[in-house]
Design a protein around this ligand. Structure first.
Ligand code: ZN
Length: 187
């Protein structure tokens, strides 16, 4: 079996904290412990963690999200830092940065869009990606679709994804399973 790889999507202060600028709130906060323990477990086994965070620029009116959402994840702001226990776990393993932990900025919903994620996964011989973070039916979904189209198998744990959209969690989990062929793990 190849190395495990976790793609952590938008688990930032702006998307998770009560006072984040585009927060998914309590459901997002509730998955912190589960994500932190996946990060710990994967790193301890020599696996890889890709921390992919949305990047926006102050005052940018050209981005398509400008019309859809309030400003969030602005470059060089605290809002882009990884939230909570998950953030602390990554910090505790900062010596693994660029060998097992890779940080990348993404400019659209998908973690594959404009990032080196696909190249790094292939370089490390990885064919299965586990997705975690927020929002299940937005950025996790778009990442899942790209993973599928690029030929990766996917795994999603229900305990490690969340959304603020009513009905979005169940819809997206079902889509991962029935349309993308992912393993959806009920824990
Ligand atoms: Zn965004």
């Amino acid at each position: 079996m190849g190395k495990e790889a976790l793609v952590l999507i938008d688990y930032t202060y702006d998307f998770v904290a009560d006072d984040g600028r585009l927060t998914a709130g309590k459901p997002a906060q509730a998955i912190d412990g589960a994500i932190a323990s996946r990060v710990e477990s994967i790193l301890s086994k020599g696996g890889l963690v890709f921390v992919t965070n949305d990047l926006h620029f102050e005052g940018d009116t050209s981005h398509p999200e400008t019309a859809l959402f309030p400003p969030h994840n602005i470059k060089s702001t605290f809002g882009r830092s990884v939230f909570g226990e998950t953030g602390e776990t990554l910090k505790a393993h900062r010596s693994l940065k660029d060998t097992q932990i890779f940080y990348m900025d993404k400019l659209r919903y998908s973690a594959f869009n404009g990032t080196p994620l696909n190249s790094l996964l292939r370089q490390h011989g990885i064919d299965t990606v586990e997705l975690a973070g927020v929002c299940t039916d937005i950025c996790v979904l778009h990442t899942a679709v790209d993973a599928y189209n690029l030929g990766f198998h996917g795994v999603v744990r229900e305990s490690c994804v969340a959304t603020f959209v009513p009905g979005g969690q169940d819809w997206a989990l079902n889509h991962f399973k029935t349309s993308l062929g992912f393993d959806v793990i009920k824990k």
